[in-house]
Structures are given as C-alpha cells and as structure tokens.
Design a protein around this ligand. Structure first.
Ligand SMILES: Cc1ncc(COP(=O)(O)O)c(C=O)c1O
Length: 417
C-alpha cells in the first residue's frame, strides 16, 4: 500500500515538473518573438505624413499629449489593468478605475450644457456614436417608462448615419425627415411626420456631418407644442459642434436651460484632440432612474451603461486636457477654427469657386475639385443636385492654419485652368 502511495507521489511530482518545464519553454517561445520595429517605424512615419495634409474629417490633430504620456510612463500605470465598469457617479464602488477623474470631466461640462450639479448624470464614452447610443437607448427607455409604448424616432436625413444605424440596432421605428439644401431638418416635414399618438424620440442634429447645419430647435419645439405628442424625449447629437460652441458667444445653442433637451452626446477626439476616439454623454439622474432596467448585484447594482467594461485611460486623458487647456485655451481654439473657416470661405469666393458654410460652423463645403486634389487632401465627398452636384468639404480644425488654407485654395485655383 505504502509503495503504491510512494509511486503515485513520484508520478505527481514528475507531472508537475514536466508541466513547469513545458510552460517555461512555451512562454519563452511566446516572448522570444522579435518585434519588427522597422515595420512599425515605417507605419508611424506614414501616419505622421498623412496627419499633415488630410483635412476632410473633423479631427483636431493637435493632440498635445506628450506630457501626459511622460507622466504615464513615469507612474508605471501601464503595469496596471484598470477598468471603468460601473456607475462613476455612484459612491462606494472602490476599484481599479478612474471614476473620480471621469466625474470631474462630467462636472466640468455639466454647466456648459446647462445641467445643474445636482441633476446631472454622465460618462466619458467611447465615441460620439457611443453617446448617441446611450441617448437613444435612455430616450426609448424613458418614453416606455412614461407611456408603456415604444417611441418613433425622428431625425433629419442629413444627420449622422450612426443615428440611422442605432435606430436599426435598437429596433426603433425611424422617420427620416427631409432636410433643406443647407442641411437643416425641414420643420414642416417634421410636422407632417409627427404622430402624436405615439411617444416621440427626437434627435436634434447640432452640426450635420457634411454641411455643418444646425436643426432649428425652436421651430421643432413649436411643432411639438402644437401637436402635443403623448411624450417627448430630445437627444442632441453635438459630436463636433458640442465641443466648441460652449466656448463661443453662441454657447446658448447647447444650453438646455435656454433650448431644452434631455441628453447630449459630444465626441472627444474631434474638437478636443485626442489620439484615440472618445466622447462624453450627459443627461439627468431623473432620466437615468427611469431607464435602467437591470440590477447587477456584484457591481453594487450599478451598471447603467450599455457597455460593461469601459476605458479608464480616456477619462484620465480628458481630465488632463481640461486641466492643461482650461476655459481660456478652449475659447482661443474655438475662435481660431471659426476665423480660419470664414477665411477659407472668403478666399474660395474670391476665386469664384462655389462655396458654402453654415452659421456657427467650421465646415467649409464647396464644388468638388478633381480627383488629384481629393486624394491629396482627403476631402470628404458628397452629392447634392440642389447645389450643382458633386461637393467636397474641409473641416477647419486647430491643425489647419491659414497657410494650409492658402495652399488648398491655390491648388483649387490652379486646377481650374
Ligand atoms: C454629427 C455627427 N454625429 C456623430 C458622429 C459620430 O461620432 P464618432 O465618430 O465620435 O463616433 C459624427 C462623426 O463624424 C458626426 O459628424
């Protein structure tokens, strides 16, 4: 009996030893791969080159995060896996997260969009689309809570495609409302489409993607007052404009105390300039409380977000950027992009090139030049027969200087000949 036992022990020790040797061998193999640094460097160089000339998309390429990354490396936080899962605004979730910084980001923006400190609820999102996703989901839940009916979602046909995609994902009935040639929702068409017997989830385009148009919310509200749908939720998609408008004299356009809305989504990587997508979503605690149908005991009943795991790093970068730039810095940047956009519009007019720009907009759209220039500058294309057909646009962000504008206009002028 003793002998059998001794043999069994020997066999177990041998198995453990072999497993140990194999695992060392295996992990050595995993980590012995050479990283092809040359390939990576070539890729990085290409990105830096493209960064200098692609001006068709609403992304501030002046990311200015060097100091952040120096601190990050110094702090060795890359050795730590953090995760912002849970409700950042709920006390008592202690974990490896950056909820405290995420809260401060939301607290910075709350008064800028007209939310009081006590009523606001919000998160740093993955993107503008993620913010829209939360707005539409929360809206549909709130309206269901109030009426026990699923809403109809109304949005302008020129709104960002994420709204249409999300309506599909969330199985919402969608009514696309015609837009005028400047890109604004035609309010009389909204009036025709609005069904007062069903709750209305109205998505307001605060800066359409191609023409930079702003829906006229005062007129939309007048229709709502006239037709009195049984319940209404207003979500504002302010992906780009929500970044800079609060720092301009037209800040009231995104102030819910002046123009009422229930939630707002803004992209972080557009105006604020980050090296990866992120955004913010703000609503009220009241909406949140009418929304969340699930209780998650192991996370302190607290996952009101659609996504479970969320980045801990992006709120930290956002917080850093706010501290570094401050109100005055953001105001100066907003002023520059709007002044440079006006300058571009004026210069194109000077050479008689058909050009348009919405009120309050840093997007300049114009008759589409030839393929060579489209590729050189990465101008985004669009088509509108009401404006003569093929169009292109430049979004004048902080990295687009007057010299860049002069070069683009000169190229267009030369291409005319
Ligand atoms: C008006 C509008 N809404 C939403 C989005 C989507 O934002 P994101 O790319 O941050 O998901 C965009 C992107 O260009 C946009 O222009």
């Amino acid at each position: 009996m003793k002998k059998i036992f001794r043999n069994k022990t020997r066999i177990s020790i041998a198995v453990v030893a072999i497993t140990f040797i194999f695992s060392i061998f295996y992990s050595a193999q995993i980590f012995s791969e050479e990283i092809p640094i040359e390939r990576l460097n070539k890729f990085a160089k290409q990105m830096h080159e493209l960064q200098k000339r692609l001006v068709g998309y609403p992304v501030n390429q002046n990311t200015e995060l060097k100091e952040f990354y120096e601190w990050y490396l110094g702090s060795k936080l890359y050795e730590v896996s953090m995760n912002n899962v849970g409700d950042p605004r709920k006390a008592g979730i202690i974990g490896m997260n950056t909820h405290e910084f995420e809260n401060e980001v939301i607290n910075f923006f709350a008064p800028l969009y007209g939310f009081s400190k006590d009523e606001v609820w919000g998160i740093v999102t993955m993107s503008g689309t993620d913010g829209n996703s939360h707005g539409m989901y929360f809206g549909a839940r709130q309206l269901f809570h109030q009426t026990k009916m699923r809403p109809i979602c109304y949005v302008s046909e020129e709104a960002h495609y994420s709204i249409k995609r999300l309506a599909d994902v969330q199985n919402l009935e969608l009514r696309l409302i015609k837009a005028d040639k400047e890109g604004k929702m035609i309010v009389s068409e909204f009036e025709k489409a609005l069904d007062p017997s069903r709750p209305a989830l109205v998505v307001i385009a605060m800066g359409t993607t191609f023409k930079g148009a702003i829906d006229n919310q005062a007129e939309i509200d007048a229709v709502i007052r006239r037709k009195k749908p049984i319940a209404v939720y207003r979500h504002v998609d302010a992906a780009l404009f929500g970044g800079y408008l609060p720092f301009t004299e037209n800040k009231d356009l995104v102030n819910r105390k002046v123009v009422y809305f229930d939630s707002i989504a803004v992209s972080g990587h557009k105006f604020f300039g980050f090296d990866e997508p992120m955004g913010i979503f703000l609503t009220t605690k009241k909406t949140l409380n009418q929304t969340n149908p699930f209780e998650i005991a192991y996370l302190n009943q607290a996952v009101p977000t659609i996504t479970c795991s969320r980045s801990a790093l992006s709120p930290l970068k956002f917080w850093w950027k706010i501290k570094r730039t401050g109100m005055e810095g953001f105001k100066a940047q907003a002023e520059i992009i709007l002044a440079n956009a006006k300058y571009m519009e004026k210069e194109l007019k000077k050479i008689n090139w058909p050009v348009w720009r919405g009120d309050y907009s840093n997007t300049v759209y114009f008759k589409r030049p030839g393929k060579i220039l489209m590729e050189k500058y990465g101008f985004a294309p669009e088509f509108d027969s009401r404006l003569g057909g093929d169009l292109a646009h430049v979004v004048v962000m902080q990295n687009v200087s007057r010299e860049d504008v002069d070069e683009i206009v000169n190229d267009i002028k030369t291409s005319k000949k």
